[in-house]
Design a protein around this ligand. Structure first.
Ligand code: CAA
Length: 306
């Protein structure tokens, strides 16, 4: 049972699709105020448009009233400095941009949203330790980086936890809760209460590479890409096999595009590096597609054209 202070305000670092999805779900389902920080004005603009369109869709479908939509939107605020997260009882870090530390104007924007990076996350968690009170839960939405390693950079590693949401956050029913070696049972219990208040079912995983979700999903996606690479079947037949034969909502190649091929590659590299197990070795084709800047939906080209 959670004994720490209740969660009354939430911070989100990162205004991409995942960050905005978490912010919207927090504001709409848990009815908590959310502050969002992102150092990219373009990303914030896109994120706010996404929230507006999702709320408008729910109003049009009669799922929520106009007043509920306005109340949800009013709970969401954009902050211009991470220092403004000081009043939050829980902060979720959802940061994928490697240009966080060194903005690279010379690099094409389509290549700028890329692999998660441990050093970037550690610098964020070290800053959060100075900004937030010691009772604040510091959560990361990382899909494969070790919670224990991220926690090592925080002043109170026992307050650090993995809260792994799935894309699209408003739709997917699961949150995977991950305890680092240092995570306290109270932090885990409070994080679980928060995820449940967001309307999610919670599973718990140990801090192993990829946790449960990606340790299972990534070899499956990689196997599908290797099927294509080896000419075993066409793209459409591979996806159709899983959609029609196994009732998956998306085929694996479509899902890889949806997640982002750079994200898939980064997770697979982490799994391969950390376990040393060849079953996680990313396919050559996946590496080549990322090198070409074909990252899936977000760049308009992956296994499919968008
Ligand atoms: N954000 C919010 N809501 C979205 C959305 C988005 N990006 N995309 C679709 N939706 C909503 C739609 O608005 C719609 O909501 P309503 O029912 O209220 O109208 C609902 O989802 C269904 O959408 P559609 O009818 O347009 O399309 P669909 O039926 O084909 O469903 C889908 C779309 C939900 C994405 C479905 O294809 C699906 O479940 N795909 C698999 C997604 C998945 O596996 N996600 C996990 C990826 S792994 C991950 O995230 C973690 C990691 O670490 C890699």
């Amino acid at each position: 049972m959670a004994t720490g202070i209740a969660i009354r305000a939430v911070g989100v670092i990162g205004a991409g699709q995942m960050g905005m999805g978490i912010a919207l779900t927090t504001a709409a389902k848990a009815a908590l105020p959310v502050k969002i920080f992102d150092n990219s004005a373009i990303q914030i603009d896109r994120g706010l448009k996404l929230v507006d369109s999702l709320l408008a869709k729910d109003v049009n479908k009669g799922k929520i009233s106009e007043d509920e939509s306005k109340a949800t939107k009013a709970r969401i605020s954009i902050i211009s400095s991470m220092d403004d997260l000081e009043g939050c009882d829980l902060v979720v870090e959802v940061r994928n941009h490697w240009c966080w530390v060194t903005p690279c104007k010379s690099i094409s924007p389509r290549l700028q949203a890329a692999a998660e990076n441990l050093q970037v996350k550690q610098s964020i968690f070290s800053s959060l330790s100075e900004i937030c009170p010691p009772s604040t839960i510091l959560a990361t939405n990382t899909s494969s980086i070790s919670i224990t390693k991220i926690a090592a950079s925080a002043a109170k590693p026992e307050m650090v936890v993995g809260l792994h949401f799935f894309n699209p956050v408003p739709v997917m029913k699961l949150v995977e809760l991950i305890a680092g070696l240092q995570t306290s049972s109270d932090t885990l219990a409070r994080a679980r209460v928060f995820a449940e208040a967001c309307g999610k079912d919670v599973t718990q995983s140990a801090d192993v590479p990829g946790f449960v979700s990606n340790a299972l999903l990534m070899p499956f996606l990689n196997e599908a890409i290797m099927c294509l690479e080896k000419g075993i079947a066409t793209r459409d037949d591979i996806d159709k096999t899983l959609r029609l034969g196994m009732a998956h909502p998306m085929g694996p190649l479509q899902l890889a595009d949806f997640i982002g091929l750079d994200t898939c590659l980064a997770i697979q590299q982490t799994l391969h590096r950390e376990t040393g197990d060849d079953k996680y070795r990313p396919s050559v084709l996946l590496g080549r597609m990322v090198a070409a800047g074909w990252l899936g939906r977000k760049t308009g080209k992956g296994f499919y054209d968008y």
